[in-house]
Design a protein around this ligand. Structure first.
Ligand code: 5GP
Ligand code: ZN
Length: 113
């Protein structure tokens, strides 16, 4: 856990552009944006994968989704956005601390799911 990039961002050891923070989560700008607007919603509690979720993590996840929806307008996403959670190698997950990508600021023309 000590080597986790996102734990370091949460702890302030690695700087980030923070748009939202409370006692359970943060929303930061992705360092390599894959859309015009690209944020990461990150729970403060460290867990790698959805399958490792505890009951408290499960509560955090619902809370995070609700907070993202509440913050969408502040994030410049009033026209819509896409949420992505990569899980494991086939999905291309690179940071093993659960996080939700928030993508928007443009039409999400690819991939059309
Ligand atoms: P994953 O591929 O695991 O779903 O997503 C990890 C995301 O974290 C990538 O989009 C990557 O650009 C982002 N990322 C990696 N390192 C940092 C960092 O130090 N700061 C920020 N803000 N984002 C990062
Ligand atoms: Zn972590």
């Amino acid at each position: 856990m000590n080597n986790c990039i996102f734990c370091k961002i949460i702890g302030g050891e690695i700087p980030s552009e923070r748009f939202y923070e409370d006692d359970r989560m943060i929303i930061v700008k992705d360092i390599e944006p894959k859309a015009k607007l690209h944020y990461l919603a990150i729970p403060k509690r460290h867990y790698k994968l959805l399958r490792e979720m505890t009951d408290s993590d499960r509560e955090d996840l619902g809370y995070i989704l609700q907070t993202v929806a509440e913050q969408a307008e502040n994030l410049g996403l009033k026209n819509g956005y896409r949420l992505v959670i990569n899980q494991g190698d086939d999905a291309g997950q690179t940071v093993f601390h659960l996080h939700i990508h928030i993508l928007g600021g443009q039409t999400m023309d690819f991939p059309q799911l």
